[in-house]
Design a binder for this molecule. Sequence first.
Ligand code: HEC
Length: 154
Amino acid sequence: MNKVLKITLLVLAGAFLVIQFFRPTFSNPPIVPGQTIEESANVPAGVQMVLARSCNDCHSNKTIHPWYTQIAPVSWWLSDHINEGRGELNFSEWNTYTAKKKAHKLEEICEHVESGEMPLNSYLWLHRDAALAPEQSRMLCDWAKAERAKITVE
Ligand code: HEC
C-alpha cells in the first residue's frame, strides 16, 4: 500500500512538472493609442480604480500576471478566462466598438456587477481584493448608465 502511494505521488509530481512546459502566452496585446476607454469616454478616477483592480485582468490588454497565475493548471484556466473575457469586452479596444455595441456593453456592465456575476467568483478566490463592495458596484453601475445615456443609437 505504502509503495502504491509513493508511486502515485511520484507520478503526480512528474505530471505536475511536465505540464509546466505547456505555458500559455503571457504577453499582453499592444494598447493602440486612441482605442482605450479612458481616451474615448469619460471615466472618473474612482471608476478607473475599480476597473483596474477588479476587471482589467480579463477585460483589457493590461493584464497583470503574478507568478502564481503562471503555474499550470491555474495558468491554463486563467488564460482561457482572459481570452474569453477580452473577446466579450476589452476596455483597451473600446473605441473600435460601434455606438450600438458600446451602448449594449455598458448595459451589460451594470447588469453583471449588480447580479454579482462579475468579477468571476473563481477569480476572487485568488484575488480577494478584487471583490466589489456594494458602493463600488453602485458606482460602476451609475457610471455605466450615465455613459450609456450619452450614446444615441438609431
Ligand atoms: C477572471 C476574469 C474576469 C474578470 C476579473 C472579470 N470578468 Fe467579466 N467576463 C469574463 C468572462 C470569461 C466573460 C464571458 C463569459 C461570461 O459571461 O461569463 C465575461 C463577461 C463579461 C460581460 C458580458 C459581456 C456581454 O456582452 O455579454 C461583462 C459586461 C463583464 N464581463 C464585465 C465585467 C466587469 C465590469 C468586471 C469587473 C467588475 C469583470 N467583468 C471582471 C471574465 C472576467
